[in-house]
Design a protein around this ligand. Structure first.
Ligand code: ATP
Ligand code: MG
Length: 391
């Protein structure tokens, strides 16, 4: 039998003892069978949402109209969804309406891939109506039913297929792969945010190099025009890099023409501004290695946040020589930014400088100086230096 958390067992047991069917389903069954830790546990049941709510003390209406109720057990949420048949798809995006059913098999049939269409309970064991187990063993992503139809219903599944192939290191089965190429234009109906979320999961997985499948399947033009023309064959995005999205996106996008190309792709895909700015910094400095010289390293460090610098060291693969210098610089607490400079705008005003653009230039000049001579980061010294410079 399969190992499932006590809470899940309890929810299933409570539902069963009131005459309803209930199973762990989808990703959690797949991941457990693969020996991976599931992100969350979803439960599918013959009970209607009101019936589920009546049996548990703390519930949240997560998506009542789609049949989903979240049950809270000690601060962990479990999504319990009524068996349903997805209605006709309005626009390749949302089912027009969902219809509840009392047949587990119908609920499994609406799911995207065979490996995601298995259910489990201690009482029944594994319910595997679409040979998900065989595909799991063969390490294969295959649609439930007719691939062309399933991708036509919902084009996001195209990106889910590629994303799962990266997360699990599975191959996309031939018929499924071919259907992806044919249905690719339907991706125009899927929002950029949702496309982005799948690509981000792919890049942050153990097999980020599978981003190539986005090109090999021919869907890249539907992701974004700027994305489509990247020199992806020369991309080097490695599983060794930290799994933060800005690092993985930067590692991939350094194959583009310029930092501006990277920014264009990320804007097309509606990434947040912080990520865009960090990727731009990393792509700008990718392939730049400072001389093994303290002042040189400080100057480069001063161009970005400390966290981004740490990522850059990974991205560029700096060796111990530079890493040791960084450790020394940080231990000593050398000034690396205007924030750490021993004089502020107020000090300059007190010393008789008029506020304005010129004052900003002066502060930058002082920063340049302390990057070269860190022990000069001291108020008296800097004010004297300024007086000398602008005499
Ligand atoms: P993970 O949560 O690890 O990303 P998952 O398989 O749990 O993977 P979810 O997006 O959480 O994926 O969806 C849960 C389940 O719902 C899936 O396993 C699948 O059975 C079904 N599902 C999700 N999205 C779709 C979709 N677009 N089309 C059909 N079925 C879907
Ligand atoms: Mg999930």
């Amino acid at each position: 039998s399969m190992q499932i958390p006590a809470h899940v067992e309890q929810i299933i047991h409570t539902l069963n003892s009131h005459g309803y069917e209930a199973f762990a389903v989808g990703g959690c069954v797949r991941d457990t069978l693969l020996g991976r830790k599931p992100g969350d546990w979803d439960i599918t049941t013959s009970a209607r949402p009101e019936q589920v709510k009546a049996l548990f003390r703390r519930t949240i209406d997560t998506g009542i109209q789609h049949g989903t109720v979240t049950i809270m057990m000690d601060r962990t949420g479990y999504e319990v969804t009524t068996y349903r048949i997805d209605g006709e798809y309005e626009d390749g995006r949302h089912p027009k309406q969902v219809e509840f059913t009392s047949d587990l098999l119908e609920d499994l049939r609406r799911r995207d891939f065979t490996i995601n269409a298995m259910a489990y309970s201690h009482a029944t064991g594994i319910v595997d109506a679409f040979d998900g187990m065989a595909d799991l063993k063969a390490r294969r992503i295959r649609c439930v039913g007719n691939a062309m139809e399933r991708f036509t219903e919902d084009a996001l599944r195209i990106l889910r297929a590629i994303r799962f192939s990266a997360q699990l290191d599975f191959e996309i089965e031939k018929e499924t792969f071919e259907a992806i190429s044919v249905i690719a234009p339907n991706l125009a109906k899927v929002s950029k945010e949702r496309i982005q979320m799948e690509l981000t999961k792919l890049l942050c997985s153990d097999h980020p190099e599978k981003i190539r499948e986005v090109y090999e399947t021919g869907i890249s033009t539907y992701v974004s025009p700027a994305f489509a023309v990247l020199d992806w064959q020369h991309a080097r995005v490695s599983a060794e890099l930290p799994k933060e999205k800005y690092v993985r996106w930067a590692a991939f996008l350094r194959c583009g023409q310029s930092p501006e190309t990277a920014v264009r792709v990320l804007r097309d895909l509606k990434l947040d501004n912080e990520t865009i700015s960090r990727v731009k910094t990393l792509v700008t400095w990718a392939d730049v290695t400072p001389a093994a010289d303290e002042a040189e390293v400080r100057r480069m460090m001063s161009r970005m946040e400390p966290e981004v610098w740490d990522s850059l060291m990974e991205l560029n693969g700096y060796g111990p020589e530079i890493r040791d210098l960084v450790t020394t610089i940080r231990k000593r607490g050398d000034c690396l930014s205007l924030k750490e400079l021993a004089v502020k705008g107020q000090d300059l005003i007190a010393a008789g400088v008029k506020p304005g653009k010129e004052m900003g230039t002066m502060l930058h000049e002082l920063l340049e100086h302390v990057l070269e001579v860190p022990q000069d980061n001291e108020k008296e010294t800097l004010l004297k230096l300024l007086a000398d410079m602008h005499r």
